[in-house]
Design a protein around this ligand. Structure first.
Ligand code: 6R9
Length: 650
């Protein structure tokens, strides 16, 4: 990665925090100094934001790396920290969740309600024979019961494994089998794109192949027909009739909390294991620090699905442990119209919005007039996660959603890191569009070269995490060796994140995408992210995905799949002219070496359910191969659309 293009660091805009926000910020620059002086004392203090039943004897035990133990000997209950303690503090009437179904039905759930629902579910699971340490698979749409099911597992010490509601029979079967789940919690279906979409048939097919499953709890959401088996129980018969009182027992700080399978774009999915005390400490603290969350007045909205780590950490555990009021939305952003997100922000007076670059770019494509049609004046902070955010998308987000005033926090982290790791602090950092900026207080990250030597400012290489952190994964479920091989062997003693990154002249971190996606063109390492950002900076482009395809002369050649903005004419010669212009535009912004060999204008890009572009599939198209594994693809018709409608140019 040392030979990254020299002239790429050209984004120099800087946006300091609004003075009013900085003056009232939850966390100031002092936090960096405090953590730098004594990292473990810093995390000890953050852990005390939670309620512990037993204090810990040691903050970190790193005597057997890479197997960490945080808050050794401490005991706590995660659900107690998210619910009971708030109700005990007199906050029972505070709204925990403003839920909005896709068809427009709504539910308002207070902390007292959520505690009652969770207690009932905990009692019901216990009655079904679920005990601490058992695994429960959750395959639900974005309905409040998803959060209730997770919290109920946490409450009784069962380990949940949430599987995306869009995953196929095979994906669900593998995940249930890998974790030997005893119970599956699902629904008849959910609403997506304006119609009910069934879930139960997928569960039926999966459970038929999973002998460990004893019971299936089924929430009635759509009222659609379901086939019934002798393992099935209705949620409303079982949970909603259970006792409303449940005494939460404390669990060890290292008790397993959940397994979440990474999307597995290549090999067998990895069951990422997270535990109790360190995980909750870090997600709770980062919610407080990075969103500057003021639970009395803020209305928080994270648009992620609960089946993604972002939904675990920043819908369920982070916001609820901080007694936040939040919005939860079941459906898609364009049902029944393209202003749906802004309508929700407007209706609930959302103050903090946390979403993904893919959505921001989609909103750019749909046009500026759509957000302009709603009152977004309640917003005070914007966040981004999931992929590198192109400077152009960052600026659009701040301009058209954030009135040109609001701070944007670009938060880098992974399923494996559990919580945010690299991000601006909204009251402290002068943010640069496209950069995740600096490791958060208490976090140590660096960019290193092939040999593991930290690169100087201005250099590029691999992102590593150089010290253990509280919400780190503890292992890959059932496969310690794979945990060591995947994350700790490339650079011994340090965690290898698998992302390319660079440090700018000021030492700020810029993420360049997965290292598997870096292209090697005529001996130069070129990051897909940078070519994509160059394309997106052209006024005719809404979104772009870039891959390296084998090329006889240059080793790899750059192939770009580009979605034009709504108003752009791409028919016939206009399309050819646009392609020529875009190739030159990239050459002009990044240098001739980065000029794409080929640009294809496409209507859509293949994405995972969490919005990440599946470049692997595009590489298959670019190299005329048949498609590899598509099980994690959000919408399988997209690939047909791309292959059939290609307008390509050389
Ligand atoms: C939270 C989440 C992790 C991968 C990660 C990186 C990419 C996430 C990012 C980002 C640049 C950001 N990623 N946030 N890249 N800037 N702010 O997304 O977890 O689904 O496990 O994905 O996502 O490539 O390695 P997960």
């Amino acid at each position: 990665m040392s030979e990254t293009l020299a002239n790429l660091l050209q984004e120099t805009r800087e946006f300091p925090p609004p003075a009013a926000l900085a003056a009232e910020a939850n966390v100031t620059a002092e936090a960096y100094a405090e953590a730098a002086a004594d990292r473990l004392a810093f995390w000890d203090k953050q852990a005390r934001r939670l309620d512990w039943a037993r204090d810990w004897d040691q903050v970190l035990d790193w005597s057997n790396p890479p197997f960490a133990k945080w808050f050794v000997g401490g005991q706590l209950n995660v659900a107690y920290n998210c619910l009971d303690r708030h109700v005990k503090a007199g906050l029972g009437d505070r709204v925990a969740i403003h839920w909005e179904g896709e068809p427009g039905d709504t539910r308002t759930i207070t902390y007292a309600d959520l505690l009652r629902m969770t207690s009932q579910a905990a009692n019901a699971l216990t009655d079904l024979g679920v005990t601490a340490g058992d695994r429960v698979a959750i395959y639900l749409p974005m309905i409040p019961e998803a959060a209730v099911a997770m919290l109920a597992c946490a409450r009784i010490g069962a380990t949940h494994s949430v599987v995306f509601g869009g995953f196929s029979v095979d994906a669900l079967t593998n995940r249930i089998q890998d974790a030997s789940a005893k119970v599956v919690i699902t629904a008849d279906g959910g609403y997506r794109r304006g119609k009910p979409s069934a879930l139960k048939p997928t569960v039926d097919d999966a459970v038929a192949q999973c002998p460990t499953v004893e019971h299936v709890l089924v929430v009635r959401r759509t009222g659609g027909e379901v086939t019934w088996t002798d393992k099935d129980l209705w949620w409303h018969d079982t949970v909603e009739t259970a006792a409303e009182q449940h005494e939460a027992q404390p669990f060890d700080a290292e008790h397993p909390l959940f397994i979440l399978y990474t999307s597995g774009t290549t090999a067998r999915p990895k069951g990422i294991l997270h535990t109790t005390g360190g995980y909750l400490t870090q997600v709770s603290y980062t919610t407080h620090a990075v969103f500057d969350l003021k639970p009395e007045t803020d209305v928080f909205w994270c648009t992620a699905d609960i089946g993604w780590v972002t939904g675990h950490s920043y819908i369920v555990y982070g916001p609820l442990s901080n007694a936040a009021t939040q919005i939860m939305y079941e459906g898609t952003p364009d049902t029944p119209h393209k202003g749906r997100f802004w309508e929700i922000v407007d209706r609930y007076r959302a103050t903090i919005l946390y979403t993904a670059p893919t959505l921001i770019r989609t909103m750019m494509k749909w046009g500026d007039d759509i957000p302009a049609g709603y009152d977004l004046s309640s917003l005070r902070l914007l966040g981004s996660v999931g992929e590198p955010i192109n400077p152009e998308a960052w600026i659009w987000y701040r301009q058209h959603v954030g009135r040109g005033e609001l701070p944007v926090v670009d938060t880098w982290w992974q399923t494996e890191t559990g919580g945010m790791m690299i991000s601006p602090l909204p009251g402290v950092t002068a943010a640069k569009p496209g950069s995740a900026m600096s490791p958060l207080p208490g976090i140590s990250a660096d960019v290193v070269d092939d040999q593991g030597v930290p690169v100087p400012n201005g250099g590029g290489g691999y992102l590593v995490l150089s010290e253990p952190w509280p919400s780190m994964l503890r292992t890959i479920w059932g496969d310690d060796q794979r945990f060591i091989d995947t994350y700790w062997s490339r650079f011994p003693g340090r965690y290898f994140a698998g992302d390319g990154a660079k440090k700018d002249a000021d030492g700020h971190v810029w993420l360049l995408g997965r290292v598997d996606d870096v292209m090697l063109v005529s001996g130069h390492n070129i990051s897909t992210t940078e070519v994509e950002s160059a394309l997106v900076s052209h006024p005719s482009v809404a979104e772009a995905a870039v891959v390296g395809a084998t090329d006889p002369t240059t080793g790899q050649a750059i192939v770009a799949f580009t979605i034009p903005r709504g108003h752009v004419d791409t028919a016939g010669e206009a399309g050819e002219a646009l392609i020529a212009e875009l190739r030159n535009h990239v050459a002009k912004s990044l240098g001739p070496i980065a000029k794409p060999r080929q640009i294809m204008l496409v209507p859509e890009l293949p994405k995972t359910r969490s919005g990440k572009i599946m470049r692997r599939l595009l590489r298959d198209v670019a190299e005329n191969r048949s498609l590899g594994d598509v099980t994690t693809l959000q919408d399988s018709s997209v690939m047909e659309l791309i292959s059939s409608g290609l307008t390509s140019g050389k």
